[in-house]
Design a protein around this ligand. Sequence first.
Ligand code: DHB
Ligand code: FE
Length: 294
Amino acid sequence: MARITAGIGCSHIPVLGFAHDHGRTEEPAFKPAFEGFDWTRSWMREEARPDVVILVYNDHASAFDMKIIPTFAIGCGELFSPADEGFGPRPVPPVIGHPDLAWHIAQSLILDEFDMTIINEMAVDHGLTVPLTMMFGAVDAWPCKVIPLAVNVVTYPPPSGNRCWSLGEAIARAVESYDEDLNVQIWGTGGMSHQLQGPRAGLINREWDNRFLDGLVGEGQDLRNIPHIEYLRETGSEGIEMVMWLIMRGALGARTQVRHRHYHVPVSNTALGHIVLEPSPIASMAAASLESTQ
Ligand code: DHB
Ligand code: FE
């Protein structure tokens, strides 16, 4: 049986991809941002070693534009190439999909009443490739398969946080009903607080971001009820990207524990957040399983 073993939250700030690709990660402007991923890179190599990552991200008018705006889309193709975002595609490996698991998840979600758009061919932009770089560094090939799961947070109306959390729960059911023994991670990307344009450009809200990170840990479900207007008011116009982290959180089940956490401001105009979570049995389940082994 496939199982979700960990969830990762991670910003996707494009300048970090640029700094990485141009050998500038040691510069003072970038070093503290990258250092916060050292723990995760060695955990990935030495302990976690996922077979597949379900990578929840948003496209920034690279694969989709005003002609088509899927709320939730799942990549079922064999391969996804890095998008050209104006300066040529990033010099990173192509993303290798897992069509069999992706189609299984698509079927399970659609029969579970989530109307996914199925995508067989698309380019993937910084929303997907920057988190891969932060987690795996410079590699000739990404060390796992990746199932892109794109969420519309660019054009109003994005999905609610509650809907995202429920989608995560449905993804967990889909993964658990896949026969092959696979170690699957789910990543929620984007955020944290940022506004890239207009009079409030540069808005960062450390306190709110850190409360959001706190809320991902343990049994609490308060985050699923944050209204869109609060993201907009408190975290800037692009802070809404954080609803994607709730898909990751919803997929981890009733309770989580934290393995690693990193917060750094600013990178570009944006707050950088990163968290590594694992599902954790709730106290009563842990006691019951202890009793059953005695
Ligand atoms: C920046 C952040 C984003 O999430 C994005 O999609 C584009 C730019 C930035 O901080 O520059
Ligand atoms: Fe973004």
